[in-house]
Design a protein around this ligand. Sequence first.
Ligand SMILES: [Ca+2]
Length: 126
Amino acid sequence: MSIPQKSPVRITIPAGKTAIVNFATNSSAKESFRITDSNGKEVCSGAGTGTGPKVQPSQTFVAEAGGIYKVSIDSYDTPNMILDSNSSMVSNGIVYAQSYLFISEDASDNDYNDTFLNISWFQNNG
Ligand SMILES: [Ca+2]
């Protein structure tokens, strides 16, 4: 069960890991996301408009500092409400990958389809 929470939300990524970020919109309004590290430094952001859903360009970033990251999803400057999930792939005690999925609501109809944001990191890169 996922409880709606107001943007921003917190996630953790280990230091040195590369994260792949996929973003899609399903709205005629401008939707944006922003990921910042524990020092408030922006590590990844994107914005777009479009329905379908409309897949926006994928991005990657390296979790230099590691630890806690803050994920904001906004429509114009208004924070979205977010439903989130988080799953890990673990084998023999090693986390080989972890994936965070967010869907968001930018208004009041609570269909939670205005954005889709997936942030996944992998243990072994290269
Ligand atoms: Ca909506």
